[in-house]
Design a protein around this ligand. Structure first.
Ligand code: GRF
Length: 197
């Protein structure tokens, strides 16, 4: 099953998928890696693995809608079965979301701490536990139906960095597991619920 993975930064989740996909039994082929900006570590990881890359920058378009349409066009050239957003920090628009199921990973236990600063927000709120959520993207910000979650205990001396590192340690295998299952078994979204048989 072919997928396109979207990144905006360091791409450690992408790397976990690249490593898993090296085993044919995993059943996932990463057809391309897409980004909203050039020069990021995530794109370098794709290039190192011999995976085609595409960059679509919001600044290069007159409107958000034009960007969304162009992004859908570029992704469509690779004809993925579904799309994985792995640390992709822009909100996707209807052209992309209307065409593919997009699986996202978020570093908090949604619906708690949506948005771009989930780890910092969990820490600031004094949460005893946080974690990560793999979910299907809908039109809202981190509101789509949940596929799986993993929990991490917050330590008294955690900083945003140490906590995010421990979240990533559970996030990588969870994303790999769910993307693999979605690829091998298919993913259904209906009436606001997502499931993998
Ligand atoms: C991940 O924790 C993801 O959930 C969040 O940002 C981080 C991206 O890390 N949105 P990476 O680019 O996969 O290393």
């Amino acid at each position: 099953t072919g997928i396109v993975v979207l990144v905006s930064g360091s791409g450690t989740n992408l790397q976990a998928l690249i490593d898993a996909a090296a085993d044919p039994a995993y059943g996932v082929r990463i057809l391309a890696v897409g980004a909203d900006r050039a020069g990021i570590e995530g794109l370098r990881r794709a290039e190192a693995a011999g995976i085609p890359t595409l960059v679509c920058r919001v600044e290069d378009f007159a409107s958000r809608a034009d960007w969304d349409a162009a992004f859908a066009e570029l992704i469509g050239e690779h004809d993925p079965a579904f799309v994985v957003s792995a640390g992709f920090m822009k909100l996707l628009g209807p052209a992309v979301l209307g065409r593919w199921t997009v699986v996202n990973t978020h570093p908090a236990l949604l619906p708690a701490f949506p948005g771009a600063h989930a780890v910092r927000d969990a820490l600031a709120a004094g949460a005893a536990q946080t974690g990560c959520t793999v979910h299907v993207v809908d039109a809202g910000v981190d509101t789509g139906p949940v596929l799986a979650q993993a929990t991490v205990d917050v330590a008294g001396d955690d900083t945003e960095d140490t906590l995010h590192e421990r979240i990533k340690a559970v996030e990588h295998p969870l994303l790999v597991q769910i993307v693999g299952r979605a690829a091998r078994e298919g993913i259904t979204v209906s009436e606001g619920k997502a499931s993998i048989p």
